[in-house]
Every structure is written in structure tokens, then in C-alpha cells.
Design a protein around this ligand. Sequence first.
Ligand SMILES: CC[C@@H](C(=O)O)C(=O)SCCNC(=O)CCNC(=O)[C@H](O)C(C)(C)COP(=O)(O)OP(=O)(O)OC[C@H]1O[C@@H](n2cnc3c(N)ncnc32)[C@H](O)[C@@H]1OP(=O)(O)O
Length: 231
Amino acid sequence: MDRPQVKNAVSFDMVGELKEAFQGIKEDDSVKLLTLTGAGDVFCSGGDLHDFHGDLGEQNAFQMLYGMKEVLYELARFPIPTVALLNGPARGGGTELATACDFRYIKEGVTCGFTQGDLGLTTGWGGGTLLYHRIPNLHAYHWLLSSSLYDSNKLIDIGWVQGTYVDDVLEQLKPYTDKTVEQVRIFKQQYIRQQLPLSISTEMDEEVRRCSMVWDTPEHKEAIQKFLSAE
Ligand SMILES: CC[C@@H](C(=O)O)C(=O)SCCNC(=O)CCNC(=O)[C@H](O)C(C)(C)COP(=O)(O)OP(=O)(O)OC[C@H]1O[C@@H](n2cnc3c(N)ncnc32)[C@H](O)[C@@H]1OP(=O)(O)O
């Protein structure tokens, strides 16, 4: 993700670019591992609040959120292992996007959180659904409801992060990349069968629908106005 000037906020264009990038990797049978990271000092600051703004109305909000649900669903059931490299903070949909990867490695001290709760929203890209398939249910429920920012130590404690990394992360990814393409594909298919059945797509659709229901609230509009006037 390469929009450092807005902390890698996901714009409408980036939704299409992510889909295109994943399709290209999917078509290359030699690729063993997909990694996702951010340019600059932030992983991803969620939806671009200029694009994903408060005046969309429920129907348009659903259409707009649904595009990223498709990205997260594609990522969650990707045929090879996927790793989010949290080079900096993740906020809102950025934390959902990281949750859609199989594994997460984080730089010391980086904080992540589902800040939608502070904007009068709930998660809207399906990342809340996926979170319940990554960490124990009560941890997932508390983190979503509280919209807390957790640091790297807490994220390792709750099992959302597999480890920390410094600059050269390739060493840490060796246990995945030193296997053959056939091996990694078989292990990933086994994980998907156990953990991410096709029905997860319906649950993620429901999450998008529920978020679009609270899109048009005064609380959300006020939060967006406050953010944009602070720029
Ligand atoms: C629509 C999807 C929805 C969902 O999932 O359902 C969401 O994701 S809602 C969006 C939730 N995200 C946020 O609330 C995060 C907002 N950003 C931040 O908290 C901070 O920017 C940061 C990510 C912690 C980084 O802080 P810092 O390093 O201090 O940078 P600045 O805050 O000064 O930002 C620099 C610059 O970037 C612009 N920016 C940052 N985030 C976004 C964003 N999500 N959308 C649009 N623009 C963003 C910010 O406005 C600054 O711009 P300028 O002032 O013009 O330089």
C-alpha cells in the first residue's frame, strides 16, 4: 500500500488496485507467500475518510464497503500463506485488512485498533467476522467493543500477532518460504477447510450490512467532520 501522504488510507482506487494485485499473484504458480505492508511509517489508516465519508446514505455505504469486503474475503481464502507486516499503526479498516491475512508480524511499539467504534461505526469490511477466527472470542469481542489501541506486547498476548520484526523480516519468513509451493498450498487449503468455510462470506456480508445501517448517524457524521476539520 503506497499512499504515505494519507497514511496508506484505502481510497476507491486502491480497492481496485488491491484486487488486481491479488489476481496477478494468484495466477503465478511459482509464488509461495503473499506479504502486505505499508509505505512510510503507517501500515494502513483504514478507509480514506474523503472517499468513505459521512454523506453516503445506507445504500451507497453498503456498495462502497462491499468492495473491500470482497478484498478481505479474497485475502482470507488466498491459496498460499499470507502475512501482514505491520511496519506502523493500523487503524479501523487497516486493522481489518491485517486480520484478513493468515499471520501478522509487527514492529516493536506499534499500536493497532478498530477505531470505527470512535467514529460511531462498527467494522464494515468483514474484518470483525474474521477476527473471531483468529483469536479467542472474548478477546475479539472486547477489542472490537472497546475500540482500544493495543501495542505489540498486548497483540502478541492475545495471539493476533505471531512475532515482532526489525528491518530484515525475510529471516523470520524463512519457515514459510523454505517449503515448496505444493507444500504451502496443501497446508493453506487444510487451514481454510478447518477455519474459513465458504459460509464466512455470508457472515461478512451481514457485517457490511450492519455497518451501513449506522453509516448515516449523527455520531458518524460528526466524527468525520471533526477529523476533516482537523486537517
Ligand atoms: C470506511 C472504512 C471504515 C471501516 O473499516 O469500516 C474505516 O476504516 S473508518 C477510518 C478509520 N481510520 C481512522 O480513524 C484513522 C485516522 N488516522 C489516524 O488515526 C492517524 O492518521 C494515524 C494513522 C494514527 C497516523 O497519525 P499521524 O502519523 O499523526 O498522521 P496524521 O494524523 O497527521 O495524518 C497525516 C495525514 O494523513 C491524513 N489521513 C490519515 N488517516 C486518514 C484516513 N483514514 N483518511 C484520509 N486521510 C487520512 C490526515 O488527514 C493527514 O492529512 P493532512 O493533515 O492533510 O496532512
